[in-house]
Design a protein around this ligand. Structure first.
Ligand SMILES: [Ca+2]
Ligand SMILES: [Ca+2]
Ligand SMILES: [Ca+2]
Ligand SMILES: [Ca+2]
Length: 676
C-alpha cells in the first residue's frame, strides 16, 4: 500500500464542468475493482471511501464522492495519483487517464463506475504520514535561496535571451553585482541536496521578470536577486521558463516539499524618473503637505513605456512619484526605495491588480505560500484586503495552510514592533528579526542571555498570542544583513575559526528547536561566511569566479567558493540534517508550546521546555551559550519522572523536587525527552 500524492489544484472542478448532468445519468452499474488504494487524506482525516466514476469517454464527467462518516464532502482540490490502482496519472489529465483505463479494458462503457475502496486512516495500520498539504507552517524547515546563486543547470539561459555586454544582459560571473547563471533547472537537479539537508520548504527570492540592469552610469548592477520587477506575470528568462517552474513545483510536491515565493507589491523596477530631478544626484522626497496634488512630473523613457506587465503598471498615475524615501515619517510609505517606482497601493485598482496577479501564481503553479518583501512601506489598509483575499483563494484551491510571512525589519529585540504587523496589517506571520538580534547579541556580542527573555516574553504580543509565535520564521542571518558567521567574525576579529563554528552550530540548534519555523539561508550549510551584507553575502554554491568571494575562509571546510560546494559531509550540513530529522520526528519540537525554563544569568545556560501537543510530554532543550563547561540545577514538570536523550548529553535522572542536574560542555546543546 502506498500513499497517494495530495489532493490539490482546484482546476479539477474546472474540468468537470458538468457535474449536475452526471448526477442525472441513469444509475450506472458498478464494476468491481480488485486493487485497494490507500489515500493520504490530508485535511480529510475521516475520509473512508472514495468513489471514482467514469462515464464513458466523456472526460469532463468524472467526480469524486468522499464519504466522511456518512457525510458527503466534496473535494475542491483533486490531484490524486492512483498509484496502486494501475492508474499512475493525475486524474486531471483526463485524456491520459482514459487511455490508461482503455488499457484495462474498461473504457467506453457508458455509465461504468469504478468503486475504489479507500481504506481510512483509522482502518489502516500503520497510520499514513500526513501529506505536505496538511502540514502547518510551524512544521516546515525552509531553505531560502537566490536562484541565481544556487545552481546553474542550463548555461544557455545565462544571458536571459539577451545579447550584448553585461549592461544589456546582466550576466558577468566575475562580478558579485551581476547574474552568475543559476536557474530553476539547477535547483531541480539539486533537490536531493536540499531535501537531504532536512528542508521541507523552499523560499525562492523573486522569480519574476526583472529589468536586467539599472543604476546610475558607472554604478550599475544587475537584477540577479529578482527584486526589480517589470513583468509580474512570468518567470525571468535568466531563471528559465514557466514550464521549468511548473516542473520544479511539481517535483518539490512529489517529494512532499512546499514552495514559497517572494513577492513585492511596494515597488517595481526603476523605470519612472522625475522631470525635475534630471541631472541631479538625488530626487529628494516631496511631502503631501508641500505638494498635495503632484510632487514631480513623471518621465518614462519611450523604450520603457510599455515594459511592465500587467499593462496598468505602465500608467504613472498608479505611482506616488514623490521622490526617494528618506525613511522618516510618510516618506517610508510614499517615497521611492532608492528610485524603485513606489506603487500607489492605496488605489483600489492597484489593490485589485495585485490580488489578481498573485492569485494567478496560486492558480497556475499551486505554490504554498508567499514571503512578502518591504511590507512596512505599504499602507496597512492594502494588507488588510490583500491577505484575506489571497488566503481565501488558496483555501478554495485546496491549500488550507497557505503561509504568508512578512519582511518587516525591526532593529534589536523588539517583538512588539513585529507584532504590529500581525494586528494592524493582518499579516499571519513575520520574519523574526528579533530572534536574529537575540542570537547575535548573545552569541556574537556576548551580551546578557536575558535577550532571550525579552524575546520570548514578547510572544504573547502577536495576534493569536504564543500560538502565533510558533510559526514566525526564525533565522540567524540573511541575504541582506549577511550571515551570522560574518557577524561573529566582525564582532570578534581574533576569534579562532573553531570557536566561530561552535557558536554558529549552537545558533543553528536554538533556531531548529526553539519556537518558530526555521529558515536556512543557502550557503550557511557549507560554511559560507561572506565579507558583509547584501552582495557580499550572496556567494554561489557553484564554483565562483568572483575574487571577493573566493578569498573568503569557509567554516568547517578547506574549500573555497571557487569550486562547487554541495558537500553533504560538511559538518554544518550534517548538523542541520540531523537536527531537522529530530525536529520532524517530534511534534513537540515543531508545534509544542514552550516555556522559558531557566536562564543562567552567570552560567549563560538557556533552558526551554516544549510540550507535546496531545500528551503534554515535556521536552527539555538545553543550550550552553558560554565558552566554559557549566552546571545548573533546573526544575522540570512534576510529571517528568526521567529523561531520555534525543541529542547531546542529557541527565536522565530527575532528582528530588523535580530537578535535573544539568552539565553542559562549552557551547553544547542537548534535547531531552521526558518519560512520564
Ligand atoms: Ca543558467
Ligand atoms: Ca510604498
Ligand atoms: Ca523611479
Ligand atoms: Ca572576501
Amino acid at each position: 500500500m502506498q500513499k497517494f500524492a495530495n489532493c490539490r489544484n482546484g482546476n479539477y472542478w474546472n474540468n468537470t464542468n458538468n457535474i449536475s448532468k452526471i448526477t442525472q445519468q441513469t444509475k450506472p452499474k458498478p464494476v468491481s475493482f480488485t486493487s485497494f488504494c490507500k489515500i493520504d487524506s490530508g485535511q480529510f482525516n475521516k475520509l473512508i471511501a472514495l468513489s471514482l466514476r467514469i462515464f464513458g469517454n466523456n472526460a469532463s464527467a468524472m467526480m469524486f464522492k468522499i464519504t466522511d462518516n456518512g457525510k458527503d464532502g466534496r473535494m475542491n482540490a483533486c490531484e490524486y495519483f492512483l498509484v496502486r490502482c494501475n492508474i499512475k496519472v493525475p486524474l486531471l489529465q483526463n485524456a491520459h487517464l482514459l487511455r490508461k483505463i482503455a488499457a484495462l479494458g474498461l473504457a467506453g462503457t457508458i455509465g461504468a463506475i469504478f468503486l475504489l475502496t479507500v481504506w481510512s486512516t483509522a482502518w489502516a495500520a500503520p497510520r499514513p504520514v500526513p501529506g505536505y498539504i496538511s502540514r502547518l507552517p510551524e512544521d516546515e524547515v525552509t531553505y531560502f535561496m537566490l536562484l541565481d546563486r544556487f545552481a546553474n543547470g542550463d548555461t544557455s539561459n545565462d544571458r536571459g535571451q539577451l545579447s550584448g555586454s553585461r549592461l544589456q544582459t546582466g550576466f558577468d560571473p566575475t562580478s558579485k553585482g551581476y547574474y552568475q547563471g543559476g536557474d530553476i533547472r539547477g535547483l531541480i537537479n539539486r533537490l536531493d541536496y536540499v531535501q537531504g539537508l532536512g528542508a521541507t520548504a523552499l523560499w525562492l527570492a523573486p522569480i519574476f521578470k526583472n529589468k536586467p540592469v539599472q543604476g546610475p552610469a558607472g554604478d550599475e548592477s544587475a537584477a540577479y536577486h529578482g527584486y526589480w520587477i517589470t513583468d509580474f506575470t512570468t518567470v525571468d528568462p535568466h531563471f528559465g521558463s514557466e514550464a521549468d517552474f511548473r516542473e520544479l513545483v511539481n517535483a518539490a510536491h512529489a517529494r512532499g516539499m512546499k514552495v514559497y515565493i517572494d513577492i513585492i507589491t511596494n515597488h517595481t523596477a526603476d523605470v519612472i524618473y522625475s522631470q525635475e530631478c534630471v541631472g541631479q544626484n538625488d530626487c529628494p522626497y516631496r511631502s503631501l503637505g508641500d505638494y498635495p496634488i503632484r510632487a514631480y512630473t513623471p518621465l518614462v523613457p519611450p523604450a520603457e513605456a510599455n515594459i511592465k506587465k500587467p499593462a496598468w503598471l505602465n500608467n504613472p498615475v498608479y505611482y506616488h512619484n514623490r521622490g526617494n524615501s528618506n525613511w522618516h515619517g510618510e516618506s517610508g510609505l510614499y517615497g521611492d526605495f532608492s528610485g524603485l517606482d513606489d506603487v500607489a497601493t492605496e488605489d483600489p485598482l492597484v489593490v485589485r491588480g495585485f490580488i489578481d496577479i498573485y492569485k494567478s501564481w496560486i492558480d497556475r503553479f499551486a505554490i504554498d505560500g508567499f514571503r512578502i518583501d518591504t511590507v512596512k512601506h505599504v499602507n496597512p489598509e492594502f494588507w488588510q484586503v490583500f491577505v484575506p483575499a489571497i488566503r481565501r483563494h488558496a483555501q478554495s484551491k485546496g491549500i488550507p495552510n497557505f503561509q504568508i510571512f512578512a519582511e518587516a525589519y525591526v532593529d534589536g529585540v523588539n517583538p512588539g514592533g513585529l507584532a504590529v504587523f500581525t494586528h494592524r496589517d493582518g499579516l499571519p506571520s513575520v520574519l523574526d528579526f528579533s530572534f536574529q538580534s537575540a542570537i547575535r547579541n548573545v552569541l556574537s556580542r556576548n551580551q546578557s542571555i536575558e535577550n532571550f527573555e525579552f524575546l520570548y516574553a514578547g510572544d504573547v504580543l502577536y495576534k493569536g498570542g504564543a500560538n502565533a509565535a510558533l510559526r514566525v520564521q526564525t533565522f540567524t542571518g540573511n541575504h541582506d544583513m549577511g550571515r551570522l558567521a560574518m557577524q561573529i567574525r566582525k564582532d570578534n576579529p581574533n576569534m579562532a575559526a573553531a570557536e566561530v563554528l561552535e557558536r554558529v552550530k549552537l545558533a543553528n540548534a536554538i533556531m531548529m528547536f526553539a519556537r518558530g519555523a526555521p529558515v536556512l539561508y543557502s550557503g550557511d550549510e557549507q560554511g559560507f561566511t561572506g565579507d558583509g551584507g547584501d552582495q557580499d553575502a550572496r556567494e554561489t554554491l557553484f564554483g565562483s569566479r568572483v575574487a571577493v568571494y573566493n578569498d573568503n575562509l569557509l567554516l568547517g571546510s578547506d574549500r573555497t567558493t571557487a569550486v562547487d560546494n554541495y558537500d553533504t559531509n560538511h559538518p554544518l550540513y550534517r548538523q542541520i540534517a540531523q537536527m531537522a530529522q529530530i525536529r520532524s520526528a517530534h511534534p513537540a519540537l515543531r508545534r509544542g508550546k514552550q516555556k522559558l525554563r531557566a536562564m543562567g544569568f552567570s552560567n549563560r545556560i538557556l533552558a526551554i521546555s516544549r510540550f507535546e501537543p496531545t500528551t503534554n510530554r515535556e521536552y527539555l532543550l538545553l543550550f550552553n551559550t558560554s565558552a566554559q563547561t557549566q552546571n545548573m540545577n533546573i526544575e522540570v514538570e512534576a510529571t517528568s519522572r526521567s529523561f531520555q536523550t534525543l541529542l547531546g548529553d542529557c541527565q536522565t535522572n530527575v532528582a528530588a523536587g523535580h530537578v535535573v542536574q544539568v552539565r553542559l560542555e562549552r557551547f553544547a546543546y542537548a534535547i531531552c525527552r521526558a518519560n512520564n
